[in-house]
Design a protein around this ligand. Structure first.
Ligand code: ATP
Ligand code: MG
Length: 388
């Protein structure tokens, strides 16, 4: 009998942690490349290499300990990933697919040639180029760092020339490459999630609505309350983009809905925050299907287990300690409430956990998710008493 291949995960944040949780029942061996033993996933795994995802040496050494390499995030040294591929290592998603997620300019250039609907954009280096773009498209405009952005860091809305001047000055000092794009008057943000095997066989999750504030995802609502025709177009786009990028594993497609027009914002070639609801909400979670896809195993059904599922992110407020709020949150809102704590220290705005509520009625389910999230996020050692 051949043993189950060892899956190496580059990065050890909450996504790797939830991949480990999905790997356990299937007894899939996991190894991590973590920056520190305190990383969210390293805290629950005995098989950890400590190293940097940006170091060629560390990545190549890590590859030797694994049969398949996958990722918790895309902030990795792509040249070494290509080297790993050249040694015959299975890397999923491939370096080519990963480049889409790593480089917003590359992604937009490829999507334009493929004819996918995206906001107009332009790489820019100077205030004058931003002004010229704004004169054509109108203010405000959105400027983005081409690489290394997440949770809205690396996204700026500019209202005028003086905003552009200070951003360009800052970017020049910090050596950040930029692109500018049209500001879209978004009605709703949606996400398509797909798990795809090397053969191209795939499993699709229901289209969800993501609720963002200040560039950070606060809530995910499944299924999105949108007309069937829009859902169908979002699904078709998700499949087409996954095929175009030749993603193996999970992919999330972030979409803007404006009137009845759909525009692509960006893709992630891995499990994604918009799919956390699937752990309790679907027959097979995005984490399990990601592992099944990269192992080239049969995929599981991604359909919903209940009529409504709502996920709320738990964000750091500086002083809060989620762990102190767990008993109260469970008592106040159970049943059908599932808190996930990532074991991360609280910092303002940092994603340190999430909570999922399942139910039949969307509004009632959403209220339960919100109440549970608020109870958890406001907890400190002093505010929550012992459970009764
Ligand atoms: N062109 C745009 N017009 C209007 N709002 C936008 C535009 N681009 C981005 N946004 C808003 O900013 C949010 C974050 O943008 P984006 O997804 O590009 O950033 P990110 O930091 O890469 O995010 P992530 O956390 O998904 O990695 C979007 O979800 C949306 O709410
Ligand atoms: Mg995004």
């Amino acid at each position: 009998m051949t043993p189950t291949p060892t899956v190496g995960i580059v990065g050890a944040g909450q996504l790797a942690r939830m991949m480990i949780e999905a790997a356990t029942p299937l007894d899939i061996p996991i190894r991590l490349l973590a920056a520190s033993p305190n990383d969210a996933a390293a805290r629950i795994s005995p098989n950890v290499d400590i190293g940097s995802p940006k170091s060629s040496e560390d990545l190549i050494a890590f590859g030797k300990h694994c049969d398949i390499v996958t990722f918790d995030h895309e902030l990795v040294d792509l040249k070494s990933i290509r080297e790993l591929e050249q040694t015959g290592q299975h890397v999923y998603p491939s370096a080519n697919a990963l480049l889409h997620a790593q480089d917003k300019l590359h992604q937009r250039t490829v999507f334009t040639s493929a004819g996918f609907p995206i906001p107009d954009f332009l790489p820019v280096k100077s205030t004058e180029e931003i002004i010229a773009f704004a004169e054509t498209h109108g203010w405000p405009v959105v400027v983005k760092a081409q690489r290394d952005g997440y949770d809205g860091r690396g996204v700026w809305i500019l209202e005028n020339r003086s905003d552009a001047d200070s951003l360009i000055a800052n970017a020049t000092t910090n050596n950040v490459s930029l692109l500018v794009e049209q500001f879209i008057p978004i009605d709703r943000e949606l996400a398509g999630l797909i798990a795809r095997r090397p053969s191209g066989e795939f499993e699709l999750y229901p289209i969800v609505e993501t609720v963002q504030r200040n560039g950070i995802c606060h809530e995910v609502i499944a299924p999105a309350a949108i007309p069937e025709s829009i859902s169908k177009r979002a699904i078709d786009l998700t499949i087409a983009v996954a095929e175009q990028a030749d993603v193996v594993g999970n992919m999330a497609l972030e979409l803007f809905l404006v009137g009845d027009e759909l525009l692509i914002n960006e893709i992630a070639t891995r499990p994604h925050n918009s799919g956390h609801f699937s752990i309790e909400g679907c027959h097979t979670s995005q984490f399990e299907n990601h592992l099944r896809a990269i192992l080239d195993w049969p995929l599981g059904s991604a359909s919903l287990r209940s009529g409504a599922v709502v996920m709320a992110n738990l964000l750091g407020r500086g002083e809060n300690r989620l762990e102190d709020g767990v008993p109260a949150a469970l008592k106040a809102t159970s049943p059908g409430i599932h808190p996930h704590l990532y074991g991360k220290t609280s910092r303002l705005g940092r994603k340190i956990g999430h909570v999922t509520a399942t139910g039949d009625d969307l509004e009632e389910t959403r209220t339960r998710a919100t109440v549970a999230a608020e109870t958890l996020m406001t907890a400190t050692a002093n505010t929550i008493g012992a459970p009764s």
